[in-house]
Each structure stands twice: as C-alpha cells, then as structure tokens.
Design a protein around this ligand. Structure first.
Ligand SMILES: [Fe+2]
Length: 317
C-alpha cells in the first residue's frame, strides 16, 4: 500500500522482495492527502492517505499481508484499525533510505532483547533519568502501557514495523516531573537535526512549562510549540530506550531530510528517548509531536540500572 509521495525505490524493493518469497503482489497507490494542518508536521506515524477509504481497507484487510509504504505509515491512523478489524496483518516499512533499512535489518536476536526490556518496564513503578548535562527526570510508570517490537510479525501479532528495536511506555496523567537537558548532539527528530546548543525543558505534571537556552534550537522549539496554540502540545507522550545495535547515531549527517524518517536514531542502543505530543493513555490528543533521542543519559527503573551514560548495561543487551 503506497501513496503518490511514497519513495518509488522502496515500493519497487518491496515488490521484488515479496515476489522472491513467492507472494502474489498487488500494488495499491492512494493519492496523498491534502495538507490538513496549519503547521508542517513530520514523523507522525499517522498517514492520512488512507482516510475515507474505509471500504477499500475492509476489502484488502483479509489478504495475506499488507505492506505499508505510505510516507508517514499508518501505525497511528484510523486505517490501521480498519485493516486489523478486517483480519489484516500489517507490516509497516518506514520511509527510510534503503541503507537505513539494511543497517537495521530485522534480527531474530533482537526479539529476546526487546521482550526483556518490555517485561522489566511493565513491572517497574518508577523511571529515573539523569545526565551530566543536567537532566534529572522522574516518571511514575506504574500501569503505564508498554510498547515495542523487534521488527517481526510473530504469531498472533497483527502489526509490526521496520526499523524496530525500541522499548517504551506511555506515562499516565500527572506522572512526569523534572528537568530534561537536550544537549549538543542530541536529536530533534521532528526537525531532523542535531541540537547544536543545549535546551532545558522544565516538566511539571507531564507539561513542559519552560523552554530555556541560548541559540537557534531553543528559539525554534519555543516558536514551533507556541504556533500550535494548544496546551496539549506541551505534554509528554512516551519515554523509553533504544536497543538496536545496528542503528547508527551519526547517520543523520549523511542523508538529506527527505531521504529518511529518523527511525534509526530512535532505536540507537543505549539512547534515552523522550517525546512530547499525543498520548491516548493520558487522554491527550494533539498533532504537535517531538521525538528527542538523547545520548549519554543514565536510566533506572526502580533500583535497576538500564543505561549508564549512554551505555546499555549487560542485563538488557
Ligand atoms: Fe514519538
């Protein structure tokens, strides 16, 4: 399933790959949707190309496999539910340069790694994150739904995505407090750029109440958040860590923005990932979404240390 603006190379590679394993392939190309938001948005995981094609989604749902090659992917869009409700199984391939997909090839070894992190995360009550740059964050993760994957559609699993290798959770209401210092070299994946100057986010009861820093990064964040004129834009969506040893931190330098979607940087082993924006488990909805992969953080869940200054500890490898 593709759309007008899908990367034709990825569509062709998917057709060839599926053909190689003996699949009978039908390629569906939907018109990309009109621009619907007042601000440019990226990396939403919610393509709207398939909106208002409910009958079509229900018709193709029962086919063996739907490979999602829409630009943003349908992970968080209504089409996902329409396909799954019709019995569909969906494999979403992120709109990345093929080299990124090769580096982050689904690896069976990653399954146990992701499962272990998710199990630990699910059982824990508190997450604490610190860094030398000044991050000091506490999240009450009691009952916070966990999500993650290794890039495989295993038995009974209706949807998966590639690249994968993340473990995260969606904190419930009024559970996130502290300081997050986005340091030089951390990443703003909505803008697809590395931070070149530190930015300090003050977070009180899930809400970013202050964005401080000298330089373009702070100014740009303040401006983009404010332009939404939406209090929910400033709230925390998800927190977690990267587990994919194939994902490379420096890759953003090597590609043009339209060649990648940034999934690789979210999955880098030992990163801490914090995001602002929609969190259905806290009953908050907004189109403004930031993913901030951070390096050199230390992460604890309860008394167990997961990451030490950006290095994933052996129990979690
Ligand atoms: Fe996110």
């Amino acid at each position: 399933m593709s759309e007008s603006r899908s990367n034709p190379t990825l569509v062709q590679l998917a057709e060839l790959g599926l053909g190689r394993i003996g699949a009978r392939v039908v390629t569906l190309k939907l018109p990309s949707a009109r621009c619907s938001a007042a601000q440019p948005i990226r990396s939403t995981g919610a393509s709207d190309a398939a909106d208002s094609y409910g009958d079509l989604m229900r018709a193709i749902g029962p086919t063996g496999l739907i490979v999602d090659l829409t630009v943003e992917g349908i992970l968080h869009s209504p089409a996902r539910q329409e396909l799954l409700s019709a019995g569909g199984r969906v494999y979403m391939i992120s709109n990345e340069h093929p080299e990124v997909l090769e580096r982050c090839m689904p690896n069976p070894d990653l399954v146990a790694r992701v499962d272990h992190s998710l199990k630990r995360l699910d059982a824990a009550k508190t997450m604490r994150v610190t860094s030398e740059a000044g991050t000091d964050l506490t999240v009450d993760i009691t009952g916070a739904p966990v999500r993650g994957g290794a890039g495989f559609l295993t038995d009974g699993q209706p949807i998966a995505y590639w690249p994968a290798g993340l473990a995260l959770c969606f904190p419930l209401r009024k559970t996130v407090n502290g300081l997050v210092v986005l340091n030089t070299g951390d990443v703003n994946l909505t803008f697809k750029r590395y931070f070149e100057s530190p930015v300090t986010l003050t977070i009180e009861d899930d809400r970013v109440t202050d964005i401080a820093g000298e330089g373009l990064d702070a100014v740009s964040l303040q401006s983009y958040f404010a332009a939404w004129n939406d209090p929910e834009a400033y709230t925390i969506s998800h927190v977690g860590w990267g587990l994919n040893p194939g994902a490379r931190w420096d890759s953003l330098h090597l590609y043009d923005k339209n060649e990648i979607n940034g999934t690789e940087l979210r999955a880098v082993e030992g990163n801490f990932l914090i995001s602002t924006g929609a969190n259905e488990f806290a009953d908050r909805y907004t189109l403004c979404h930031f993913d901030f992969p951070m390096r050199d953080c230390s992460v604890w869940i309860d008394a167990v240390q997961v990451v030490d200054a950006g290095r994933l500890l052996p129990e979690f490898q």
